[in-house]
Design a protein around this ligand. Sequence first.
Ligand code: AHM
Ligand code: MG
Length: 294
Amino acid sequence: MSEGLDALVVGGDHDRVVGEVVDVVSRTAPEIREGLVGRRQPVGGEANPTGDTQMEADVWADDLLGERLRAIEGVGEYASEERESVVDCGEGLSVAVDPLDGSSNLVSNNPMGTIFGCYTEPIPAPGTALVAAGYVCFGPVTTMVVATDDGAAEYEIDGGDRRLLEGSVTLPREPTVYGFGGRVPEWSPEFTAFAREIEGECKPRYGGAMVADVNQVLSYGGIFSYPALGSRPAGKLRLQFEGNPIGYVVERAGGRSSDGEGSLLSRDADELHGRTPVHVGSPDLIDRLEDALA
Ligand code: AHM
Ligand code: MG
């Protein structure tokens, strides 16, 4: 296992499996990055199981990660945002992946990421069953944040190597940036009123890829939300592949996550592709948001 991860204890028998999952995701990241060339168009205009446009790179990255993660002894299930159903592969941890989060940014060549979560229960599972989660951020350089119950660490990925940047990622207390998804007329009056307050306190930074938008909240402090919308009362983002893993990472970095009422991690997991409003960031701002929405 690379430098730094051993500082993050997963516990029990899960250490080795989580370590291998992290290794596979980080070793595959440079290949995914290179393989994006020539795969930036939609797959014959088709939609993925949740109705969004599937890009050629989405399918390709899912195949690559799926094949490698399923081969790990101790991975019992593989689930992906790009697949209709969960793939059973034996006994062990259930791994949920969003192979290319924010892949609509392929068209405009903006940042994207890969998200993963390791659950101790069959998927769909609640966030309380996560023992590790993380993401790769394909920005100007490739970085990775990995969280376990012990905390969060950030790495730079250079070729096949994962180099530790920060062994204890901590969300800055002072809020600086915000990014809110969806069209403003679709927001509830309560969320709109909260957004007006935040606009006076922080700088807008919304890029259309949650991984990159959350990564800057972890870097500078602030808040990211994809709220409930008039046309989508459950919001856009999926609990298994996006809300839970990102909520887990932010909480382990000292922030808070919320579905508008309480931690994303305590939300019931009823459907594989179920959606949820997602709010993550500095604890004070998430407290204020929950008060505003109450
Ligand atoms: P995807 O996983 O299919 O790429 O969709 C999720 C992405 C998130 O990364 C991002 O926060 C959101 O969709 C952006 O949506 P919008 O285009 O409505 O701003
Ligand atoms: Mg996504």
